[in-house]
Design a binder for this molecule. Structure first.
Ligand SMILES: *Cc1c(COP(=O)(O)O)cnc(C)c1O
Length: 222
């Protein structure tokens, strides 16, 4: 299947109100261009320098989401253009995003990434850590970031009951934070969950953003 066919199939399976981030990490710009020509405008990368290099080579109306672990010293590479950083996991990182966004007179949308999988290797906050950030006076001073919701990755497993319960857990975190900190904030609305292998379950559990790599670009042959 071509990239265009993959995208068409996904649009049949995914409701229009759900955003599809085409995860183009490790993919050459030629393939991103193909997806662009098929009408796709939202892409996700997980390395800051790779993302900024690709952004320079590709059309300016692409929306870029950062979805990987981000070191504070790399924020500067993506701050001029990134639309959303989905992988915020500390106050220190949030402060640096705010500092760099201010430099470019922008507001950068952020999601808190939560650790919802049973695997230990996945990055992310737990609920108490997120609440500590949101309760902090230093957080309330930040004017150039906007917390727009939550993100999480489920366990890589065939056990779909486990995957479903992890997505339900992320949704429950979203609702708790919404209730406690963002009740009047319409812009706190995103639940980024679901990848090629598990997005159907994620949609059933309330996902608003899915992140699809393999299902659009296929396996990279190297
Ligand atoms: C790679 C990646 C994806 C996409 O995974 P696929 O299985 O290729 O769809 C989604 N989210 C994150 C955070 C990723 O790193």
């Amino acid at each position: 299947m071509t990239i265009q066919e993959n995208l068409e199939k996904l649009h049949c399976e995914i409701p229009d109100i759900v955003k599809i981030v085409a995860v183009s990490k490790t993919m050459p710009v030629e393939l991103i261009q193909q997806a662009y020509e098929a009408g796709h405008r939202l892409f996700g990368e997980n390395k800051a320098q790779e993302m900024s290099q690709k952004q320079l080579l590709l059309p300016g109306d692409i929306h870029w989401h950062f979805i990987g672990h981000l070191q504070t010293n790399k924020v500067k590479y993506i701050a001029p253009f990134v639309e959303m950083i989905q992988s915020v996991d500390s106050l220190k990182l949030l402060q640096e995003i705010d500092r760099q966004a201010l430099k470019h007179e922008r507001v950068i949308n952020c999601l808190f990434q939560f650790h919802i999988a049973t695997e230990e290797t996945k990055f992310g906050l737990d609920l108490a850590e997120a609440e500590n950030i949101l309760d902090c006076a230093d957080y309330r001073m930040l004017k150039n970031i906007r917390i727009a919701g939550v993100m999480g990755m489920a366990s890589l497993t065939e056990d779909y009951n486990l995957v479903r319960s992890e997505f339900q857990y992320l949704k429950s975190i979203f609702l708790k934070l919404k209730d406690k900190y963002f009740a009047d904030d319409l812009q706190f609305c995103e639940i980024s969950m679901g990848m090629t292998g598990d997005f159907h379950i994620a949609l059933e559990e309330g996902s608003t953003i899915v992140r699809i790599g393999y299902g659009i670009f296929g396996k990279l042959r190297s």
